[in-house]
Design a protein around this ligand. Structure first.
Ligand SMILES: NC(=O)c1ccc[n+]([C@@H]2O[C@H](COP(=O)([O-])OP(=O)(O)OC[C@H]3O[C@@H](n4cnc5c(N)ncnc54)[C@H](O)[C@@H]3O)[C@@H](O)[C@H]2O)c1
Length: 290
């Protein structure tokens, strides 16, 4: 799917004079996109299940890939590892886009699994996309890629210095670097979603600032899939939370306009918000913003 195809697929009323999506749109609807195919890695996981349910209602034909069979109704599913190039090529063949969610999702991941599954796995996903001529890849990054960043006086931009707080965070910083490289070197269109906490509802005080609701996660992924922009970009995956301190600017540039606010759960939690992106301060190192 070329950028021209993607723009042609958008109704006129979703585009402004420069071809960008209109600012006043609501949630995406099925009529806003043609039927396109997308591979979702990690399709059996918590966010994969959200996309399996939502993307078909937005006009996407979804194929999933995961280590095991998906539960529930029969679906287009490939069983295998993101670290295996043959498997990834087979899964990616004929796809218009890939959403890469698969891997180790824990900040407690050890180095070996972070390296093999998250770093080598992401490189394999991108390499398979390149070889199979998939034009667009959306990568699930994490706030832990910049977890040791401290809060400043302004909202934190998405292009802040890489400052991982764990081996998991390093693997997500590498994921972003790999996406940038494949965009620059091979012309893939890549968006890295630097997700805060994406759960049905916020689980702790910190999440009042960093929560990404499931509907906003769908809005974000859909925006990254259909945006007329090309190249590489990193955007914060965060809802329009009252206590948010991560900038929405980069997301808005790709057409992500979050609607939910964790504040409706504020009475569930008390205390002071952590001052660092990942929730803890670095034991060493300057505690400056930027
Ligand atoms: N949920 C969040 O709050 C959150 C926050 C930040 C980043 N993320 C990122 O979003 C992505 C999805 O998160 P999630 O919450 O759905 O995680 P999850 O653990 O629920 O799902 C991950 C899926 O990846 C699969 N997987 C693991 N290794 C694999 C391999 N080698 N090959 C193929 N599949 C493999 C697992 O079987 C699982 O189904 C992850 O990359 C995670 O790091 C999530």
């Amino acid at each position: 799917m070329t950028t021209g195809d993607r723009m042609a697929a958008m109704p006129e009323n979703r585009r402004n004079a420069s071809g960008a999506e209109a600012e006043d749109e609501g949630a995406p609807t099925a009529s806003s996109t043609p039927s396109r195919s997308v591979l979702v890695t990690g399709g059996n996981g918590s966010l994969g299940r959200v996309l399996r349910g939502a993307l078909p209602t937005l006009g996407w034909q979804v194929r999933t890939l995961d280590l095991g069979e998906p539960a529930g109704a029969a679906s287009d599913a490939v069983v295998g590892s993101i670290t295996d190039l043959d498997t990834m090529r087979r899964a990616s063949a004929g796809m218009d886009a890939v959403v890469h969610l698969g891997g180790i999702a824990s900040p407690d991941a050890g180095w070996d699994e972070a390296l093999e599954v998250n770093i080598h796995g992401t490189r394999t996903v991108l390499e398979a996309a390149r070889l199979e001529r998939v034009e667009r890849v959306v990568l699930a990054s994490s706030n832990h890629a910049v977890g040791y960043q401290a809060r400043g006086s302004d909202d934190l931009p998405a292009d802040v210095r890489v400052r991982p707080d764990s081996f998991y965070g390093i693997s997500k910083a590498a994921l972003e670097a790999l996406g940038s490289f494949y965009a620059d070197e091979y012309g893939l269109e890549v968006t890295a979603l630097r997700i805060g906490q994406c759960q049905e509802r916020p689980s702790d005080l910190r999440a009042l600032a960093i929560w990404l609701s499931f509907p906003d996660f769908v809005r974000l992924t859909h925006a990254a899939l259909v945006s007329p922009w090309s190249g590489f970009s990193t955007v914060w995956g965060v809802s329009r939370n009252t206590q948010r301190w991560w900038s929405l600017d980069a997301g808005e540039r790709i057409g992500f306009h979050p609607e939910d606010d964790a504040e409706i759960y504020a009475s569930d939690f008390t205390g002071d918000q952590p001052r660092h992106v990942g929730g803890t301060a670095p034991p060493y190192g300057a505690d400056q913003a930027g």
